[in-house]
Design a protein around this ligand. Structure first.
Ligand code: SAM
Length: 353
């Protein structure tokens, strides 16, 4: 019998898994909350000394300067090891109850109030099948990917999103259109639907959709929404080719999608979002920082490390691209968005002209 849920979070199969993953969480917290700030202070000072003001070192030069710091190597080992430990134990724990998870997701498909739509002939593009963040099977190829992603990201958020708090905050702060009319809402690349549900709770009268390329995540998203009786619809679809009419949505939210897709796909997604949005509609974006903002040398190093060692193959091209320029050229006015708990992210409100 499953150990059920802890509020919105699934319990692991055994208490021993939970204890182990609590330890991994504290391991991660040490690397993120204690070591990284030290690294920033020391690393930016070293790079600043070796590259005087006015000269902008490239990533190879930043790496050469930082390689001299033992703390950098220790931090890298911490980051990689805790990630491997987290996925291994999370996957094993969910897999111990595979039959129950798969049956629960299958049974939920017949239940509402919302719908889960997918076409069995849908073809997942190769670029979306990489094992992002080292998740086994990636987002698309592990039938247990939904609960595995959920518990894995619980560790990633260091327990600070156990009840979807960060998604609720982003949905609550998302800028509504000036005229206040919110009839249809889209959570773009919604994964397991945490923001989708939070958006529905903020705009109860709006028809609310979440789309994603990954069916295993959507199946779990639908199970969670159905368990809570929340009327949201999920559909397997590509952000660059959406199954919606022109000018359909009043508000679109995307949370950390763009650094995870190739820039050539982003160049198709942004005009596609412009197509499905009505004039005055708001596109609320929470995303990695990029060339449109300013990144410290250590932040550039972090993103480069993450791209290479944490399987984020497309983030390097995103952080160097002119994302704000693409938004403007696609028909949006671009303004800073609300600050959220995750201060690393940039927040943008792009209003459809
Ligand atoms: C970092 S996750 C997004 C997290 C999610 N917004 C949340 O609230 O947790 C990136 C998501 O983008 C999805 N994705 C990647 N390429 C996509 C595409 N072309 N169209 C739709 N979804 C895509 C992945 O399946 C994954 O769920």
């Amino acid at each position: 019998m499953r150990r059920d849920w802890d509020g919105l979070l699934p319990r692991t199969a055994r208490l021993a898994d939970e204890s182990y993953l609590d330890f991994v969480t504290s391991f991660r917290a040490r690397a993120v909350q204690q070591m990284y700030p030290m690294l920033e202070e020391l690393g930016n000072a070293v790079v600043g000394r070796e590259h005087p003001a006015g000269t902008a070192p490239g990533i190879a030069e930043i790496q050469r300067s930082l390689d001299a710091l033992p703390l950098v190597r220790v931090w890298q080992r911490f980051m990689r090891s805790h990630q491997e430990m987290m996925w291994r134990r999370t996957r094993a724990s969910i897999a111990a109850e595979a039959d129950q998870w798969l049956a629960a997701m299958r049974d939920a498909e017949a239940r509402g109030p919302g719908r889960l739509l997918y076409d069995p002939a849908f073809v997942v593009p190769d670029y979306a099948r990489v094992e992002v963040h080292l998740q086994p099977g990636g987002y698309t190829d592990d039938p247990l990917g939904g609960p595995v992603f959920h518990y894995g990201t619980h560790v990633f958020y260091q327990g600070e999103n156990a009840q979807d708090e960060q998604h609720v905050e982003m949905a609550r702060k998302a800028a509504a259109p000036r005229d206040g009319a919110v009839r249809r809402v889209l959570d773009l690349a919604c994964s397991i639907g945490q923001a989708t549900v939070a958006l529905k709770q903020r705009f109860p009268a709006a028809e609310t959709w979440g789309i994603d390329v990954a069916l295993p995540l959507l199946r779990y998203a639908h199970l969670r929404a159905a368990e809570r009786g929340v009327d949201v619809n999920f559909q397997q679809a590509l952000a660059e080719q959406m199954p919606f009419p022109d000018r359909h949505f009043d508000l679109v939210l995307s949370y950390i999608l763009f650094h995870e897709i190739p820039w050539r796909i982003t160049e198709r997604v942004v005009p596609e979002v412009a197509r499905v949005m009505r004039p005055g509609g708001t596109f609320c974006i929470y995303e990695f920082p990029n060339a449109s903002g300013s990144l410290s040398p250590v932040a550039q190093f972090l993103i480069d490390y993450d791209s290479h060692d944490n399987c984020e193959p497309y983030s390097r091209e995103f952080v160097r691209a002119d994302f704000h320029g693409l938004l403007r050229d696609s028909g949006f006015d671009v303004a800073p968005g609300p600050k959220v708990a995750n201060g690393f992210l940039q927040s943008i409100v792009a209003t459809r002209r």
